[in-house]
Write a protein of this length. Structure first.
Length: 266
């Protein structure tokens, strides 16, 4: 049995299938960890989501920011963007079922010594904190009040975590950190607008994984979200967004031995 962690697919279903063929993926015994952003941008979001749902017993998925955008559209509380490729899901006969399944996916997953999130974790959070807070916000997303929460989900404030936060502001910070963050200050203040390369980080900010004293530094974190960062592997980090949609590659790493597999998106 092998476990493959795979980067942001973004609806690039054909590339994803070629990657699975490259690793000789065996659905009878192998497993997948998908870092989120299954959908949007690419041309085959519906096929990608259907595959993940059909293989839900062997595929562990965490929610990404584009997955949240789909859920907000499905709830009727967000506006479609010109770059969206989600209409096919929203019109599909099984679209509602697929979105309900996606809505119940976690914001973080921890197993076999790895912690997986879509974007990042704040420096003051331990791994236990991440799992507890992800579960708390996840309960709101999966719950009956989702539609009301989705109306106020979008926003960059508060930009920093405090255990004193309550309600919408608390859940927004948790979700923003886990699904949108790339850089923050030493104190954990997020700059959620930044999308550039690490060396271009705004003054006073650095990549979240380079903040001194980060409490999760002892646990390897698997993430995606940052195409400009690209594939990066080091002892405490496995960053897998290698820009598949942007004509880069789709990356998978076999967690048992660390072997890297990449499929060209062109």
């Amino acid at each position: 049995m092998a476990t493959y962690a795979v980067g942001d697919i973004h609806g690039c279903y054909d590339v994803f299938q070629r990657l699975l063929a490259r690793v000789k993926f065996d659905g009878g015994c192998d497993r997948l960890w998908l870092v989120g952003d299954l959908v949007n941008r690419g041309p085959q979001s519906l096929a990608t989501l259907r595959w993940a749902h059909r293989n839900r017993d062997i595929a562990t998925v965490v929610l990404g920011n584009h997955d949240f955008h789909l859920l907000a559209l499905a709830a009727g509380v967000a506006r479609a963007k010109s770059s969206d490729t989600l209409g096919e899901i929203l019109r599909a006969d099984d679209g509602e079922e697929l979105c309900e399944w996606l809505r119940a996916r976690p914001l973080a997953h921890c197993e076999d010594g790895y912690l997986m999130v879509h974007a990042g974790v704040l420096p003051q959070w331990s791994a236990d904190d991440v799992l507890q807070l992800a579960a708390e916000a996840g309960d709101v997303v999966a719950g009956e009040e989702w539609r009301e929460f989705a109306k106020v989900l979008y926003g960059d404030e508060p930009a920093a975590w405090s255990p004193e936060l309550r309600g919408v502001e608390r859940w927004r910070v948790i979700i923003n950190a886990l699904t949108r963050m790339r850089v923050c200050s030493e104190a954990g203040v997020m700059d959620l607008r930044f999308q550039g390369k690490p060396e271009e980080s705004p003054r006073g900010c650095r990549p979240w994984f380079d903040v001194a004293g980060r409490k999760t530094a002892a646990m390897p974190i698997i993430c995606g979200h940052w195409a400009a960062l690209g594939f990066l592997r080091r002892a405490d980090l496995l960053a897998l967004d290698s820009g598949c949609f942007w004509r880069g590659v789709l990356t998978a790493v076999r967690l048992e031995d660390g072997e890297v597999f990449q499929e060209n998106a062109k």
